[in-house]
Design a protein. Structure first.
Length: 250
């Protein structure tokens, strides 16, 4: 575990929940999203402290959680790829592998993180990702249909790419293997390739998911694990989605 650095992306705004606070300070079960993630990580007893990427109203995160963590400031929110990019100076010499998590996905478990790290280290993969295979998009699982990128595999089961739902066609949207974007990378490869990301998409953002396509093109080794409980992959971008999360965790 001394070879792994965790990055938590926590720079997002909270407009859709009608709050001026960062989204990382939304609460689930009376506890901040970011606190859920940090407590889960602390239970892993990693030797290297996580790096938290902050942006909008970062001083509120400092007020609530203190300044004991390793913070990096993302001045502009230009996508997940850009958010990891700004950690380069902090990370490149820290650890051989970098795992990325999200403050607005508070239910990811210790077991899933461990499984992801172990698969990555044991297989010497360049990139390892966690995916969720759904039976359908009904009821609370509809949020996966509307918000999550899809995993595209070839006939042998090899991952070809991960496509953002906003850029997916109608056939791709029906794919039931979704990507919550829990990734672990070889650190050197990660930062080499982040420099090559382009923002040629509907959102004009730099997507971390585009690294999957790059890894495929370069014939790098990609591994994946299944998340057994789909709830671990859920995030919350609105009050309605937060209420759904609350209902699923009672």
């Amino acid at each position: 575990m001394d070879k792994v650095q965790i990055v938590i992306l926590a720079a997002g705004k909270n407009k859709r929940m009608m709050s001026d606070d960062p989204k990382a300070l939304a609460k689930l079960g009376g506890k901040y999203f970011l606190t859920h993630i940090l407590e889960t990580i602390e239970s892993l007893n990693l030797l290297i402290k996580p790096v938290v990427v902050v942006g909008h109203k970062k001083e509120r995160i400092f007020e609530e959680l203190g300044e004991a963590y390793n913070y990096v400031h993302q001045e502009e929110q230009l996508g997940t790829g850009h958010a990891v990019m700004v950690t380069k100076e902090k990370l490149i010499e820290q650890a051989e592998n970098t795992l990325v998590l999200y403050a607005d996905h508070p239910l990811v478990s210790k077991e899933t993180i461990q499984k992801l790290i172990e698969r990555h280290l044991n297989t010497d993969a360049t990139l390892t990702m966690a995916t969720v295979k759904l039976s359908d998009f009904l009821d609370w699982r509809e949020t996966f249909y509307k918000n999550f990128s899809r995993i595209i595999r070839d006939k042998s089961g090899k991952i070809l790419k991960s496509i953002e739902v906003k850029d997916a066609n109608s056939e791709e949207k029906e794919i039931k293997e979704i990507n919550p974007c829990y990734f672990i990378f070889k650190t050197k490869w990660l930062f080499d390739k982040l420099d090559n990301l382009k923002n040629e998409n509907t959102q004009k953002e730099y997507y971390l998911t585009d690294l999957v396509k790059i890894a495929v093109e370069e014939k790098e080794k990609i591994e994946s694990i299944d998340i057994d409980d789909p709830r671990e992959a859920l995030g919350a971008n609105s009050k309605e989605e937060l209420e759904m999360l609350e209902g699923l965790t009672i």
